[in-house]
Design a binder for this molecule. Structure first.
Ligand code: PLP
Length: 380
């Protein structure tokens, strides 16, 4: 980015940071498949590459784009969002106390509650929208990480990153933010004081529902980042070069896709707020949302493409509506160009804060009238 200080992130990402192949002038980054690299006659590796498990040139291109998007000192791509998140927790030490939100991606919450204890971590769930509760949960000298997800799955609560960064740092802890649903365009956690940002790159960054990938970005290339790098290298969690290439291709249209998703989600949130079958719409862009003021301050350019609706007819009505849609795709995941609908309680199971009458909507790039008409018809 330093070579192009005046250009916007939209411009830089559209051109994959202006990649031009030094050998043939190609405007598209190549896919480097080699797993091993030639050693110089004097035993050095001046190319900077040794072996494919720690490093790969296509992966580095994807990482440079993500670092630019997040204003980060460095970025890392891994085999999935889960492997990215777990790499952060595995970089902690046995006995460390970590605070996680009560509302968050259920797969990670389950691992943290059920399995992280095996690694010696002390995990505590806190409502991270409640700063007093968060402050009270801090264990001086023991709390080493606060993990946030904002907006958070599937209730779309918003946590105040800047305020929580102050609390974390005063306690000597790091702040990591799962910013998957905010995308690097709508929220910049590092600029707000976070130390690490995580993305399920499977979602908006790639955007086409054809790559499983994860990303981390860091404010500083410090010891903790080095520990995370060692977790990725030694557990063999680097993203494959084919996936890294697809991720680069997907990221080039990120601003266009995110703008369409935000506009569609806002419009649908407003329309469903007046729908007879809908009891409540959960979307940070609505003035009725409890953390709308924080979202307005923390998010720029939109409130994201994710919303949930709660149906007056309860669980049965929610499951029936999801069964009746023709255009929305009944599937898990989010952040693709095709809109998805999901009865989350069915997938999250026991212990989930998700109410049974809730349908989670991931808004893609289709026409809002088509999406509204399809779900309106299904709910009638
Ligand atoms: N974080 C969030 C917010 C998610 O929605 C997901 C997946 O749904 C993940 C993390 C895990 O990502 P992945 O499925 O790429 O491992």
């Amino acid at each position: 980015m330093s070579e192009n200080p005046g250009f916007t992130r939209q411009t830089l990402v559209a051109q994959a940071l202006g990649h031009v192949d030094p050998i043939n002038g190609a405007l598209v980054p190549p896919i480097h498949l080699a797993t091993t690299y030639i050693r110089d006659p004097d035993n050095q590796y001046r190319s900077g590459f040794i072996y494919g498990r720690p490093d790969n040139a296509t992966v580095r291109e994807a990482e440079a784009i993500i670092a630019m998007l997040e204003g980060a000192a460095g970025a890392m791509v891994l085999g999935s969002g889960m492997s990215a998140a777990l790499a952060v927790f595995m970089a902690l030490r046995p006995g460390d106390h970590a605070i996680i939100p009560t509302v968050m991606y259920w797969g990670l919450r389950n691992w943290l509650i059920n399995d992280a204890v095996e690694w010696g971590l002390k995990i505590e769930l806190v409502d991270t929208t409640d700063l007093a509760a968060l402050q009270a949960a801090i264990r001086p000298g023991e709390t080493k990480l606060i993990w946030l997800e904002t907006p958070s799955n599937p209730m779309w609560t918003v946590s105040d990153i800047a305020a929580i960064a102050v609390i974390a740092h005063a306690a000597g802890a790091r702040l990591a933010v799962d910013s998957t649903c905010a995308t690097p365009l709508l929220t910049q956690p590092l600029a707000l004081g976070a130390d690490i940002v995580m993305h399920s790159a499977t979602k908006y960054l790639n955007g086409h529902s054809d790559v499983i990938a994860g990303a981390l970005a860091t404010a500083r290339l410090d010891d903790f980042w080095g520990r995370i790098e060692r977790v990725r290298r030694n557990f063999g969690q680097i993203l494959g070069p084919l996936e890294a290439y697809l991720l680069i291709r997907g990221m080039r249209t990120l601003p266009l896709r995110v703008a369409a998703a935000c506009a569609g989600a806002m419009e649908l949130a407003l329309r469903f707020s007046n729908h007879a079958a809908v009891a409540e719409v959960l979307y940070p862009g609505l003035e009725s949302h409890p953390e709308h003021a924080i979202a307005k301050r923390q998010m720029q350019g939109g409130f994201g493409g994710m919303l949930s609706i709660r149906l007056r007819g309860g669980e049965a009505a929610a499951i029936k509506a999801a069964a009746e849609v023709k255009l929305w795709k009944r599937a898990t995941s989010l952040g693709g160009v095709e809109s998805l609908i999901e009865h989350r309680a069915s997938i999250e199971g026991a212990g989930s804060p998700c109410p049974p009458d809730l349908l989670r909507l991931s808004v893609g790039s289709e026409t809002v009238d088509d999406l509204y008409g399809d779900l309106d018809h299904a709910m009638r």
